[in-house]
Design a protein around this ligand. Structure first.
Ligand SMILES: C[S@@+](CC[C@H](N)C(=O)[O-])C[C@H]1O[C@@H](n2cnc3c(N)ncnc32)[C@H](O)[C@@H]1O
Length: 311
């Protein structure tokens, strides 16, 4: 490669005379460049201005290489495109969850991937001192407006904007599967005080009701995300304690359409396919004998919580 090529010149300047200081400066610059590259990929994909093929070519990757590298991250950050649907359609959490997700002695709680604040509000109402971290600006604005008593911060699970040993408990609802767990586990352990806990929570739709099974089949026809809702977080965390709560979310037909519209894999569908899927959901809601003509619908859920303690 040409030694005077602009990238090489910048790299030489940033690294200066080398040594550990140079290496540290260079690593920080590479991280910042990578972050900016990801932002550009996000902008291009969201505006549908470039295909994965074109993005790959610009980055010296194949189409598959580019998709592998960025598609998951884009989906993880897609929720801000459907904030209203998310807030309207997604369920909250059963009250009984709070006592299991957060130990009685905890006061300072960090919620990671707090979204629009569906769990944050419950943590604040339980009298806890809550910091809510959320990377997506759209979700974060809604969260700050909805739960003014929480300290809302921009950040990610892989880079938490808090000092070492500053919280007693960390709670993650519907978001653990989006994290880079190899980076998030040590980062969560860093901010937890000794003996602190980590709780991982998911709402799973209970598809034993035939109409709920039909809805699930429709939703997963074009894509299905397999999520491990009973994970075993690695060391330095100890053995998991599990809890399951069955409950019903009172919603409406429009709420169920928004529930579907707020799934990341539905947000990612091409517009025509997304519109077709939502129309089919509406049709199910108006024609299924168990649902037709009803204004209120009870959506059955199983909330799963895994709690681990810092060893
Ligand atoms: C399905 S939503 C869950 C939101 C909220 N916890 C709830 O229960 O409604 C997933 C959230 O995780 C956030 N997220 C995605 N990747 C993340 C990461 N690496 N670190 C922290 N949050 C992340 C998304 O922006 C989104 O708000």
């Amino acid at each position: 490669m040409d030694d005077n090529e602009p990238g090489r010149r910048v790299a030489r300047d940033v690294a200066g005379t080398g040594g550990l200081d140079g290496l540290q400066r260079l690593s920080a610059a590479i991280e910042a460049l990578e972050e900016r590259r990801t932002e550009l990929v996000e902008e291009l994909r969201r505006g549908r201005q470039a295909t994965w093929e074109e993005i790959g070519r610009a980055c010296g990757l194949t189409r598959q290489g580019a998709t592998r590298r960025w598609a998951d991250r884009l989906r993880a950050r897609s929720f801000g495109l459907a904030v209203d649907s998310y807030q309207h359609g997604r369920p909250g959490y059963p009250q009984a969850l709070i006592g299991s997700a957060v130990p009685r002695e905890a006061r300072r709680v960090l919620e990671l991937g707090a979204g629009t604040g569906k769990l944050t509000r419950m943590l604040v109402d339980a009298g806890l001192d809550v910091v809510a971290v959320e990377p997506d600006p759209g979700m974060r604005d809604r969260l700050a407006a909805a739960v003014p008593k929480a300290a809302v911060r921009a950040g990610t699970a892989e880079r938490i904007p808090l000092p070492d040993e500053s919280v007693d408990a960390v709670v993650v609802a519907q978001a653990w599967h989006w994290f880079d767990q190899a980076a998030a586990v040590p980062e969560i352990a860093r901010v937890l005080a000794p003996g602190g806990t980590l709780a991982l929570v998911w709402n799973v739709r209970d598809e034993t009701e035939p109409w709920a099974a039909e809805l699930g089949a429709l939703m997963h026809r074009s894509a299905r995300q397999r999520i491990d809702t009973a994970p075993v977080p690695p060391a330095p965390f100890g053995p998991p304690e599990r809890l399951e709560i069955r409950w019903e979310h009172p919603t409406t037909p429009a709420g169920i359409v928004d529930l579907v519209a707020s799934r990341s894999y539905v947000i990612a569908l091409p517009e025509a396919e997304r519109a077709r899927l939502l129309a089919e959901v509406e049709q199910l809601l108006t024609t299924h004998p168990a649902l037709a003509g009803r204004d209120g619908i009870a959506m059955p859920y199983l909330t799963r919580c895994t709690r681990v303690r810092l060893g």
